[in-house]
Design a binder for this molecule. Structure first.
Ligand code: 5GP
Length: 193
């Protein structure tokens, strides 16, 4: 089975529709993590973006890390995750972006240390979900501040009824989503092929 098929099967069996726009996949992606599935996902992103000369994989803590790590493993490049709180050990040379949290309804600052991204980097952004694109916007700001080049955006699940995918594609950014969901209305998960 393809990795897209594996993810869809998991979503069908274990996903829970929380509301018309939230899908809970805590059993394999967002709380408990299925490492073998993550590895296959990482390989798939590495395959799709393999010819792009990626030097860093970038994500946001915490849910993006597992997928990003496996992608970095397959591409053999370092993985950087933006932190949601600046630790005192980080120093002042930092890149920052703002993210409006979809699930928690607050604006948070995400931070990456200046030493881990720079103008020579070709960055692949990886995340678990693409919804309204808020996390993506924050990460784009960080890449811009670093003077790095964005190669593309890879997401495990894209909810196409929210605006994030359109926002990125309209900017000319390559978006690769492994599974696309057209609707969660009425508790029904509708996939788009
Ligand atoms: P965005 O910034 O694109 O609105 O959403 C990005 C983040 O919000 C994702 O990385 C994910 O952690 C969280 N998120 C968005 N939609 C969902 C959802 O339907 N289910 C879960 N579990 N998380 C979501």
């Amino acid at each position: 089975m393809t990795v897209e098929g594996l993810i869809k099967e998991k979503i069908r069996q274990e996903g829970r529709v929380i509301s018309d726009d939230i899908l809970k996949v805590d059993s394999f992606l967002n709380h408990q993590i299925d490492p073998l599935l993550m590895l296959e996902i990482g390989k798939e992103f590495a395959h799709r973006f393999g010819g792009e000369g990626v030097t860093k994989v970038l994500t946001v803590e915490a849910s993006g890390i597992a997928v990003a790590l496996m992608t970095g493993l397959s591409l053999k490049v370092p993985v950087v995750f933006a932190k949601k709180k600046q630790p005192s050990t980080m120093g002042t040379d930092t890149y920052c972006g703002q993210v409006r949290s979809f699930t928690r309804e607050e604006v948070i600052e995400i931070v990456v240390a200046g030493s881990y991204l720079g103008p020579t980097d070709r960055v692949l952004v990886i995340d678990d979900f693409l919804a309204s694109g808020e996390a993506a916007r924050g990460l784009l700001k960080i890449i811009e501040q670093a003077g790095a080049t964005l190669v593309g955006f890879g997401t495990v699940i894209e909810k196409v009824f929210q605006s994030g995918g359109d926002f990125l594609r309209e900017k000319g950014i390559r978006v690769e989503s492994l599974v696309r969901i057209g609707s969660l209305a009425g508790g029904q998960i509708e996939f788009i092929d």
